[in-house]
Design a protein around this ligand. Structure first.
Ligand code: SF4
Length: 652
């Protein structure tokens, strides 16, 4: 019977050069789904305690999603997984593009690598056949060059799809990622370095095997309805109007619950760059290495990255596989490169507002060179902002910087510094492993200016504006991630419409209530983590989820693909199991969950004196404790209890 998933993975031993298929029993999918859920179970069982993330015992996985290829919308996301060398925790990095269906067309739900190859190699996979090939001629090439060579070399009936690392991963930068589709990055957790440590340059998929599903017609009906919602036009204001809206929202004493209709409108029109100015004005964007406010980055100053200006450079829209929304775009550039993926909001703020850089050309250029190098733009921007503050405070000197005047907003110096980080040259060698590692070497209180969770630079959403962002940065098994939970997401998911017992949000709520720690927020936080685990097991895009569960029917698609009859509550229980096995992975690896808490500055300690977040701080520690308790983990330590492990049938 066809169930959406393949029921099979490929295990590659790079030391021995051997590839071996493994059948995965149906019950594993019923308990963990596919994607990162399946991967969490495999890595928890097989990576020994205390494994060196860059050593032979670490296992690197590339996984698709259960719904990928079944005809469900928004289901083309794939993930890279391993023990993270950046945080020492469970590491995953999620990515769009076209690699996920290609992996499944080869006959596998995931490909896992252990060991270290004696020489650079790439894996060529086609219809359940795989072989390692020499990559000597590719080593040193950037992601886009590598992909082009391998597509040219291996495309036959269908274009080959390639996931690869660039020079950053080869040089073991702890903030490097894995790329597909000319610079779409699985950027977080430093997993490019794991791939580089294994001397694995790329994975090339050329398969054409059909992907089955239990009820294709049912999926088609659901997808048709979903597409109709996504494609229905919604009028919306201009980019400048969005900024003004953000300013008004910051001044109101109340929050208005966001709805997926609004999300759809802005995401389709602009993509994430819709937030470039609006988020600054409402207090969502951290500025000046988290010590500034919208007073430092006024509407006038940030107008150089106004969403309308960014989109005016879009020569064609970009859709990931099976996505009706198409939040991406390919933009034109002048100079060394002719085009680049449209810079995401995260990229623009990390390399822009966080460093007070208002030069859009430098942001487009940095976006492209970081994508080519295979380096995470969020961590790169966070590390540059940290370095600027070190320079401002005299911990780094002009001599240390190789002559660069690394002042706020000096775009030439910022570009030159990122180039050094990519090349691991001079001060760039220290910074290529992120801000926390650099601070540990620089000393002199600089750790206070490395704004991170567990060693990973924080994304561009300020928990002083939405404290549930901070909660998830601190409690996610892969710390410092903005894609798991926030009040914003809870409003948008509208899970209470389908999952019994979850708190319902009202259209208007008092802002100050957000900072009060209570059981309701723990329930919201836990539900979002569980839901995100289901999203990643299905291979769905988070932006699909933000349109609302009744419009993007994830649970119904899963039942139609598999023939299961699971309730929404049962799917959230699967999410709890996956979350718990990821946390158990961390505990097995010696991680203390409470040490993953975000930097004090990001919690408002000390509080800002200007801007929308002035005076705001909150009791994050109690929030974390309540969240852990909600999962049945020890509320003091954050470690899953034996009873919870047993209840979820995980085993040690
Ligand atoms: S909404 Fe954007 S990121 Fe998500 S699948 Fe579509 S194009 Fe990709």
């Amino acid at each position: 019977m066809e169930r959406g998933y393949r029921g099979r993975i490929l295990m590659v031993d790079l030391q021995e050069g051997a590839c071996r298929e493994e059948e995965i029993p149906d019950e594993v999918y019923e308990r963990y789904l596919s994607g990162t859920g399946l991967a969490a179970r495999i890595l928890f069982d097989r990576i020994p305690a205390g494994a060196d993330p860059l050593g032979p015992d670490n296992i690197l996985g590339l996984v698709s999603g259960l719904l990928t290829g079944t005809g469900s919308m928004f289901s083309g996301r794939w993930s890279v997984v391993a023990k993270s060398p950046l945080t020492g925790t469970w590491g995953d990095a999620n990515c769009g593009g076209t690699f996920s269906p290609a992996l499944k067309h080869c006959g596998y739900d995931g490909i896992f690598f252990r060991g270290i190859s004696p020489k650079p190699v790439y894996l060529l996979v086609e219809n359940r056949k795989a072989e390692l090939r020499d990559a000597a001629d590719l080593w040193g090439k950037d992601t886009i060059e590598t992909e082009a060579i391998l597509i040219d070399r291996h495309s036959r009936r269908r274009q080959a799809k390639v996931a690869c690392i660039g020079p950053a991963g080869e040089k073991l930068s702890l903030i490097s990622g894995v790329s597909n589709d000319r610079g779409r990055m699985a950027a977080r957790s430093g997993l490019g370095a794991v791939m580089g440590s294994k001397r694995l340059k790329a994975v090339v998929c050329t398969g054409v095997l059909r992907i089955g599903a239990f009820d294709r017609e049912g999926i088609r009906r659901l997808s048709k309805k979903c597409s109709k919602f996504v494609l229905a036009p919604v009028p919306f204001v201009s980019g400048k109007g969005a900024a003004v809206m953000g300013k008004i929202m910051a001044k109101l004493p109340v929050n208005m619950a966001m709805d997926g209709i609004l999300m759809k409108a802005v995401t389709r029109k602009w993509g994430t760059c819709a937030m470039n100015q609006m988020s600054v004005q409402m207090g969502d964007s951290p500025l000046l290495n988290w010590k500034g406010s919208s007073e430092d980055w006024t509407i006038e100053r940030s107008s150089s990255v106004n969403p309308d200006l960014i989109v005016s450079r879009e020569k064609v829209k970009y859709h990931c596989y099976s996505c009706p929304m198409g939040c991406g775009g390919i933009c034109t550039m002048t100079g060394k490169f002719s085009e680049t993926h449209k810079p995401e909001y995260e990229t623009t703020l990390a390399l822009g507002g966080l460093c007070l850089n208002d030069d859009p050309e430098s942001i487009f250029y940095l976006n492209e060179i970081l994508n080519r190098a295979g380096m995470d733009t969020i961590s790169a921007g966070g590390t540059v902002a940290f370095a600027i503050e070190c320079y401002e405070r005299g911990v780094l000197t002009k001599e240390d910087m190789g002559g660069l005047e690394l002042t706020w907003g000096n775009s030439k110096a910022i570009v030159a510094l990122v180039e050094k980080m990519i090349a691991r040259e001079g001060i760039g060698d220290l910074l290529a492993d992120g801000s926390k590692r650099a601070a540990e070497r620089l000393g002199r209180s600089s750790i206070d200016w490395a704004i991170q969770a567990g060693g990973q630079e924080l994304p561009m959403h300020d928990g002083r504006n939405d404290p549930l962002f901070s909660l998830h940065y601190s409690v996610d098994p892969s710390p410092g991630r903005h894609t798991t939970g926030a009040f914003l997401y809870y409003d948008l998911y509208q899970l209470w419409k389908e999952v019994k017992g979850l708190p319902k949000v009202s259209l208007i709520s008092r802002k100050d209530r957000r900072y009060v720690v209570d059981d309701e927020k723990a329930a919201m936080g836990a539900a979002m983590s569980q839901f995100k685990r289901v999203i990643d097991g299905a291979g769905m895009c988070l932006f699909g989820g933000t349109l609302g569960i009744s419009r993007v029917p994830l649970f119904k698609w899963l039942n139609a693909a598999t023939g299961w009859h699971k309730t929404p509550e049962e799917y959230l229980e699967i999410g709890a199991r996956i979350q718990t096995v990821m946390q158990a992975f961390n505990v097995k690896q010696g991680v203390e969950p409470k040490d993953m808490k975000i930097s004090e500055r990001a919690i408002g300690r000390p509080a800002l004196t200007e801007g929308p977040n002035r005076g705001r701080t909150y009791d994050l520690e109690t929030m974390m404790s309540k969240y852990w308790e909600r999962f049945g983990w020890d509320p003091q330590t954050g470690k899953p209890t034996d009873q919870t492990m047993e209840k979820l049938g995980i085993g040690r």
